[in-house]
Every structure is written in C-alpha cells, then in structure tokens.
Design a protein around this ligand. Structure first.
Ligand code: ADP
Ligand code: MG
Length: 700
C-alpha cells in the first residue's frame, strides 16, 4: 500500500531533502520518514489576506505579515558579529530587518524599490521595531491567492540552518507531489466517514498543509484528530474486550451482617453523598459476574479509606477475604491503624503484613489467611509475595496506584483461581479523557465532595524577599501547637545540588527554631531511618518536618497546618497539589506557601497562580494536562500513551475523543477481532500503528 511505502521512505530520498537535512530533521524533530513529515502538522496558520501596518505594532507581537519596500541597506559589526540591516518601510512606518547569516546571498538577492512581503515576529528595542531573519516571499508571487499559510513547529537549530517554516512546507510539498501520496487509501471505515461527514484521508492531509480556506482546514484537522483518537481507542478497546471476555469474576450478590452491623453501629460519621454514590457503583459492579477493575478517584482527604473499608465488608459478607495494599510501610501502618479503629469493634479480624513483620506474627497471619479466620490483610509489597496465600481472596484494594508497578499488580491476579475484584484508589485526579485513553474499559468512580466542615487550604505565592514574613508565620503556627512541613525539590539531574540545598535548609531551620524538635527525611536515607524520622513527626514529638517529596503520598498528620514548598517553581502542578493535601486534614485553618525566586517565566508564574486560585484537584489536573501534555502527568508518566499524538490533544479534544471511542466500540461490536474483509484496511493500519502491542487495557 502506498501509505506503507511512505512509512518506509527515508527522508533523505525525498526530492530536495538529501542526507544532511534528513539527519537534521531526524535529530531536531524526530522525523525520519516521508510519512513522519506528512504528520508534522502546522501548529497554526497565518492569515495571508491580513497585512499589518508597522504603525500598529505594539507590545508583544505575534508573527505578522508586512508588505513594503527596502529603503536602504547597511552593514554593521565584524567577524562573527557581522550583520546586514535593511531599513524597511510600508508607508505607515519603518522597521529594521536584520540578518546574521547567509549575508552574501542576502546582499545579492534583495533590492530597494521592489515590493516584498515579509513574515516575522517584530520586536521592539528602545522605541525601534525590528524583525530578525523574516521569511520573505518571492516578489513575483502574487499576494494571497491562498490566504492561509501553515506555521510549522521548528527548533532554534533548524532556523539557524535556514530551515524555516517555508522550507518545511516545500519539503512536505515534495512528498505531496508523489504518486504514493495521491494513492493514500482511506484508513477509516467507509461507514464512519460517511456518517460523520469526514474528509477523506488524502484530502485532509493536503488541506492541512496546503490550506484552501479556514473552514476546510478546520474540517481537515478535525478528521485527522478523529483518526488518531479513533485508533488509540480501537487499540485499547480491542484488548480490554478480550480481557473482559476472558475473565469472569465472583458475583457478590448480597450485603450482609458485616456491612450492616458496621454501618448501623460503628460508622463514625454520616457518609457524604459522594461516598454513598461511589459505594453503590462499586456494589453494582461486583455483582455483574465480571471481575471488577475500577479506579476510585478522590481528592486528598475526600474519604477514600472509608469507601475501601465498606467495599471490603461486602466481600466479607459474601464469604471472601480482602486485602489493602499501600506503597510504603508508613502508609500501610496508617491504614492498618485506621481500619482497626473503625472495624475491629464490629468483630472483624484485621492484620498488618510488611517487610518488618516478625516471623512469629507472619506465621500466624499465614495460617489465619489459609483457614479463613483473617478477614482483612493490610500491607505493603510483602503481601504480593508468593508465599502469602489466601483461602479466598475476593477483593483487593490498592492505594495510590502509581507507586506499584504493573507487573506487581498483575501478581495479585494469580492469588486465586478466580481473580479478585480490584479497586485502585488514587488521589491524583486523572482527567476523564486521559483515564479513558490510558485505561480503556477501566471503570472510574469519583468522590467529588469533601466531608463537611473542611476549611480549604489557603495557598499563597511568596518570593525570597518575603522569607522573614514566612518564618514569622511558621513561628505563630508553632506557638499555637501546630506542626509544619518544609519541602525541598529533589530532582535526579540536580541531585547533588538539591541535596545540598536541602541540608542547608535543614541547618538554617534548626538555627531559627532552636526550641523545637525538627525531623528530617529524604529518599536517600535507609528506610528504617526514614521511618524513625517520619514517626517523630507523626507522633507530634517533632514540630517541623524538613523533607523532600517522599512525604507526598498519603501521610496523615491532622495537626500539621502549614506546608512550605521551597523552589515551588520546580515542581509540577499535580505534585504541588499532592503536597498541599498533606495539610488541611484537621479542623484548623491550614496554609500552603509556595516559595519561589522572584525572576520566573510568565508561564511558571501562571502555573503557580493556578495553585493559589483553586483547591480543586481536577481543575489542577486539567491545567497540568493542558500545560505539560499527558506524558508528564504525575503518575501516568510511567505508563504514558502507547503512541504519540501528532495533532489531537487529550486536553482540548475531549468531545472528539468520546466520539472516537463510541465509533471504535461500534466497529468492535460488529467485528470483535476485525477479521471481516471490510475492516482489512482498518486492521492493517491498527497493526502499523501499534506494532509493539502492549496490553494497555489491563491495569492490575
Ligand atoms: P483520602 O481520600 O485522602 O484517603 P481519608 O480516607 O484519609 O482521605 O479521609 C480523610 C479524613 O476524613 C479522615 O480523617 C476520615 O476520618 C475523614 N472522613 C472520611 N469520611 C468522612 C465523612 N463522611 N465525614 C466526616 N469525615 C470523614
Ligand atoms: Mg488515603
């Protein structure tokens, strides 16, 4: 097929590219084949029918088009600093056009008294406008036969080698002139193309690169976005359907003694509406005969633990055991204590298993698990070990999923001949579009309501110059008996420097707050040492905890009311949100202080301002997705998307994604294995895209 030939054609064989430029495109943009180049889409379009007047230039200017003549040329500087300057006038004003490279060619090419059309971004320096290395149209080219022109993403290095947007366009055009391009077959099923009124594949490709009208470009982009999302969904659904067909689950038909007696006699507070709804969803899901595979999302402090407990009680009521896994010993211990306090009075046998559980206790656990007298096992990775066997494991809850590897989670499945229902809890709110894309048929329940009486954490952005104020604020909190976290970044590339600033920070905090005990934790410590320090803080003995992000997940110290984050500009939004979630867990007003150096980029400031303007984890997550792309979202980075999206965006194309998903479902409904001749092209394309087949539909 011609599309395969384009996929196999190295760029160096495309007319006019050659080996040198091909290598450059590969290194700079990751493009290696003719098809890659076709998929290098313009990021936006310039309206060539619009000519700017130099008189109207002001402020931060976008790339604009100006039309006029050069009045004069001059040279300045010497050697490497040599430049050639043209004074350009459009009749409304003048600006300087500056060149640093290819000066000989420029001198020979451009003339006064000839009309040119310039594309570029004007910048202002002490009242004078200039444009550096603008794109200049062939003076003979009539203006704007086609009004729109694509602007291609480039790198600095490409620009330095004179590969500008125009050059990319010329290369793409060379591909579009081949017969292979003209023969690209439709990749989507005809039924879908017709029903949704989509442009054909080849027409859409031509239109995005060679636009004929704004309206058609929009339709073309829409078609290409749809296609990307469609194949993404088709791939995920193909696997998840297979899995669903293969795996039957236990049917939990009833709610009985354990659940009822706990609910009626031991529930410490009324459930929130969201908790009730989510428990209902889970209950229904455990009674379908299929194995439940559900993600429970809820912002920090939304009360996921209680939901987990009540879910586990349903398992007990149906003659099964349950387990709860946490990523660290501290968290497992916290869960164990919480669950014991809540459920032991209702006659439920709960035990804790971690790496440091003594042999004697371990033996008891093993035998109680096998004779069925142990109802709920809470633990760390230790629970996953092969020698931990259950009589009948019906329900596995996994807290903070992203700390467990996929392989480890998969091991939970083999604990039983019938796999247990799985509930994965996360406080990292994954936007719905991303969850759908990453996890396929994984059902999602959301606790979107906090228990009553919570005071939202007050978040503020403070610069170095405010440091003394911040210290005074900390002192006030300490005097009132509250506890304080101070967090430093620790990032791999910067590890040595970061550790030093952490140590220095710790020392200066010790200096300032001499009267208080101060705990100190970072990821490089031995686990035992780390736990000892954490316990100092958790027990209230230490009033301040100086730490790296090791404290990010789940630690619960309700008396801690202040979270200071140093170098906040270096953290991702989701991470900041997680850290902020460590405070505001008690009844007291809590504070999160984002410390940052004063000179930060505009986008960084905007990012931090999202934190100060909302405490809603979903808003934060959506913003994070928009600003950084899905690969970077906390907790999903390790799974990532199976393919790169070239044109669609999970952040902004949510509705199109839903449409793509429905269409993919429909196709699989009629032809689950895509074996019908009608779907031959479809299957071919799917395999071409996902030749490294990974079962992304399976999360645990
Ligand atoms: P997370 O979702 O972050 O795991 P937790 O389960 O730790 O949250 O709950 C946070 C706090 O809220 C706990 O102290 C818990 O006892 C309390 N809590 C949970 N549900 C409710 C409720 N319905 N009403 C009042 N407090 C609740
Ligand atoms: Mg929790």
């Amino acid at each position: 097929m011609s599309i395969d030939r384009l996929r196999a054609t190295s760029l160096k064989y495309v007319k006019g590219i050659g080996p040198r430029r091909a290598e450059l495109l590969e290194n700079e943009l990751g493009l290696s084949t003719a098809y890659d180049l076709l998929q290098h889409f313009p990021s936006h379009y310039l309206d060539r029918s619009q000519i700017y007047s130099i008189r109207d230039f002001r402020g931060e200017m976008p790339v604009v088009q100006v039309r006029g003549r050069f009045v004069s040329f001059s040279s300045a500087g010497e050697g490497a600093k040599e430049r050639y300057i043209g004074l350009f006038s459009d009749g409304t004003g003048t600006m300087e056009v500056v060149w640093f490279r290819r000066l000989k060619w420029i001198r020979e090419t451009y003339r006064t008294q000839t009309t040119y059309v310039l594309f570029g971004r004007p910048s202002e320096f002490s009242g004078r406008w200039s444009m550096v290395h603008p794109e200049i149209d062939d003076p003979s080219a009539a203006i704007a036969a086609i009004p729109l022109r694509g602007v291609y993403p480039l790198t600095e290095k490409l620009r330095n080698r004179s590969i500008n947007s125009r050059a990319i366009y010329n290369m793409v055009s060379a591909v579009m002139e081949t017969s292979d391009f003209a023969n690209i077959a439709e990749t989507l099923p005809r039924g879908i193309v017709n029903r949704l009124g989509l442009m054909s594949k080849v027409e859409a490709l031509r239109e995005v690169h060679n636009p004929t009208s704004a309206d058609r470009v929009k339709r073309a982009r829409n078609r290409l976005k749809f296609e990307e999302l469609f194949f993404l969904q088709l791939n995920i659904l193909r696997y998840s359907r297979r899995r669903a067909a293969a795996l039957s689950g236990r049917r939990f038909t009833k709610v009985g003694h354990f659940f009822h007696s706990f609910y009626e006699r031991f529930l410490p507070f009324p459930l929130t509406g969201a908790q009730k709804r989510v428990i209902k969803e889970i209950r229904a899901d455990m009674n379908t005969g299929r194995q439940m595979n559900r993600l429970l999302q809820g912002d920090v402090g939304s009360g996921k633990t209680l939901v987990a407990l009540m879910t586990m009680l349903i398992a007990l009521d149906n003659g099964c055991q349950a387990c709860l896994l946490a990523p660290t010993e501290i968290l497992a211990t916290q869960h164990f204590e919480t669950l014991t306090k809540l459920a032991a009075p209702a006659g439920i046998n709960i035990k804790l298993l971690t790496g440091s559980t003594p042999k004697r206790e371990r033996d008891i656990i093993h035998s109680q698990l096998l004779d069925g007298s142990l109802h709920i096992l809470v633990g760390t990775h230790a629970v996953i070990e092969d020698n931990v066997q259950f009589a009948s494991l019906g329900m596995a809850v996994i807290d903070e999923q992203h700390r467990f590897g996929v392989a480890q989670r998969a091991k939970m499945w083999s604990k039983n001949s019938i796999p247990p229902h799985v509930l994965v809890m996360t406080a990292t709110p994954i936007p719905r579009t991303l969850a759908m894309t990453l996890y396929g048929d994984l059902e999602v329940s959301v606790i979107d309501e906090l228990p009553p009486g919570r005071k939202p954490v007050q978040t503020m952005l403070r610069y170095e110059s405010h440091r003394m104020d911040v210290y005074r604020m900390i002192s006030r909190q300490l005097r009132e008996g509250r506890q304080v976290y101070i967090v430093y970044p620790l990032i791999k590339e910067n590890e040595k420097l970061d550790l030093r600033s952490l140590e220095e920070g710790y020392e200066s905090i010790c200096d300032i707050y001499r009267d208080y005990r101060i705990a100190y934790v970072h990821g490089k410590m031995k686990p035992a040492e780390k736990d000892a320090q954490m316990n100092l803080f958790a027990s209230g003995e230490a009033k301040i905890l100086v730490a790296t992000t090791v404290i990010e997940v789940g630690v619960n110290v309700p008396n801690a009311t202040t979270m200071v984050i140093e170098n906040a500009e270096r953290f991702g939004l989701s991470q900041l949100h997680q850290l902020r979630g460590r405070v505001g867990r008690g009844g007291d007003q809590s504070y999160c202080i984002l410390m940052s150096k004063a000179a930060i980029a505009k986008e960084t400031r905007e990012r931090l301002q999202i934190m100060t303007s909302t405490t809603d984890g979903f808003v934060v997550a959506e913003a994070d997705l928009k600003m950084r792309g899905p690969g970077d979202i906390e907790g999903t980075a390790q799974s990532g998307l199976p393919i790169d999206l070239h044109i669609a965006s999970l952040a902004t194309d949510g509705p199109l994604l839903s449409l793509a998903r429905k269409s993919a479902e429909l196709v699989l409904e009629n032809d689950p294995e895509l074996t019908s001749p009608d779907n031959a092209t479809l299957l071919h394309e799917l395999n071409a895209l996902f030749n490294k087949t990974i079962d992304w539909g399976r999360i645990s």
